[in-house]
Design a protein around this ligand. Structure first.
Ligand code: PHB
Length: 436
């Protein structure tokens, strides 16, 4: 297999090859009409980006027209194992945005190169290397699991390669292990859990039992919830860490926590693990018996249909809800359903916002990805209306500052959905471990 060496264009050379002005380039994506195939089977360097700006602004005859190279985006997301559906949803949301943008960013045709993250950090690191060194992508996006994010952190840091993380919430990446080269369009694990600790102690009970998977995101969930729950007068009467990625039979764990007689149970499970836990919770007759609370992933719209009535009444905190009442959410949820046949979910939102952040970042540098610091500068300043409300990055934590909503699973017109019962306010990661 041969690999074409990527041509590094300075911004000036790049504009010259296109024979257009910066202004025309900036207008390009909004004016173009490029379909889905361009995203996955983008033409090689000889093709002309299909922007209306290019056709409407004639190239000066003296300048030979050489097309800009396509923008290669490495996408590292799980397409196997317990988080496979999360990867599919993030991908669908991101590709939906790229299509809305005409398949072009900064005058360059977007080409997506996907690799499977799985759940094993060492294997995922190999995929990251392959994307960067073999495929020569301009930057990488993706990563669902905190364990994987921790595992690839040093690689992106030492190679000064940009990674835009579209899910994994490992707190350390916004704190002690922060690097300028990794930004998040998703959340930190602290964000959805910390405000719910206070709410739970004030509204549900003072004795809580915590159950999480035994890896980084589970550990982050414990410290965040415990910090605010205890500050509000609550006591953690037990903590249980189940095997990750596959917890096996959840029944012994659920039996153990029920025996402790808690006033509420607090959990973090997601994807396949959330379905496994919730089904067992229902089968053991605990649904509606012990108040169950969680970070919103556990009962998100992607898993609710499989969880069924066992999830009724579960209250959770998250930065989005299907029923969130804003115009961008209405437009997004309708378009996503038309495209996929399924209700949207938080992972699709994160993919969609990541797609927009990428296109806006690349537009801001007018397609020139050669200077990583310029890319980071552009990314940090991005803010736009999003299905989750306003999307805006906090420069300190390099993650979104966003509202967390307290939701409750209810039967809405014959189907289970999360209904927002309270806005817990704008939550910004503190950037250190002072609050869990
Ligand atoms: C994580 O590993 O940080 C993680 C995974 C799945 C989620 C949320 C966070 O739904």
């Amino acid at each position: 297999m041969t690999h074409r060496k990527a041509t590094i264009f300075t911004r000036r050379q790049f504009l010259r090859t296109l024979g257009v002005t910066a202004g025309a380039l900036a207008a390009g994506p909004a004016l173009s009409a490029c379909g889905a195939t361009a995203l996955t089977a983008a033409p090689a360097a000889t093709a002309v980006p299909p922007t209306a700006a290019l056709t409407s602004v004639p190239a000066p005859t003296a300048v030979p027209t050489v097309a800009a190279p396509s923008l290669k985006i490495g996408v590292l997301l799980p397409y196997t194992d317990i988080y496979a559906a999360l990867g599919e949803n993030i991908t669908a949301g991101m590709e939906m945005y790229f299509e809305e943008a005409g398949g072009v960013a900064g005058g360059r045709t977007i080409k997506v190169i996907k690799e499977d993250e799985g759940t094993a950090p060492d294997k995922a690191l190999e995929k990251a290397r392959k994307l960067v060194e073999q495929d020569e992508v301009d930057f990488v996006t993706g990563i669902v699991s905190s364990g994987v994010l921790a595992g690839v952190r040093d690689y992106f840091d030492s190679n000064k390669k940009l990674l835009i993380c579209s899910n994994a919430g490992a707190n350390a990446l916004s704190r002690g292990a922060k690097t300028p080269y990794i930004w998040r369009t998703s959340f930190t694990n602290w964000q959805p859990n910390w405000p719910v600790g206070t709410w739970a102690a004030e509204n549900v009970g003072k004795k809580a039992y915590i159950s999480v998977p035994d890896y980084g995101a589970g550990a982050n969930t414990i410290t965040a919830f415990q910090n605010s729950f205890e500050a509000a007068g609550g006591t953690i009467i037990g903590v249980q860490k189940t095997p990750f990625p596959n917890m096996g039979d959840p029944a012994p764990f659920i039996t153990e926590l029920a025996a402790a007689n808690p006033e509420l149970v607090y959990c973090f499970y997601s994807g396949g693990a959330a379905v496994t836990f919730m089904k067992a919770w229902g089968e053991l007759g605990l649904a509606g018996q012990i108040p169950l609370m969680s970070s919103g992933f556990m009962v998100e719209e992607d898993v609710l249909p499989a969880e069924g009535d066992a999830a009724l009444g579960v209250r959770s905190g998250l930065h989005w809800a299907l029923s969130l009442d804003n115009a961008d959410n209405a437009k997004f949820t309708e378009a996503y359903k038309a495209r996929t046949g399924k209700d949207a979910n938080v992972f699709a939102v994160q993919g969609y916002d990541t797609g927009r952040a990428i296109v806006e970042m690349i537009n801001a540098v007018e397609g020139d990805t050669s200077d990583v610091d310029a890319l980071i500068d552009a990314l940090g300043g991005i803010s736009f209306p999003s299905p989750r409300g306003t999307f805006a990055l906090d420069a300190n934590s390099q993650a979104p500052k966003q509202h967390i909503y307290l939701r409750e699973v209810q039967n809405v017109g014959g189907a289970l959905h999360n209904v927002v019962i309270e806005d817990l306010g704008e939550i910004v990661d503190p950037g250190d471990d002072s609050k869990g």
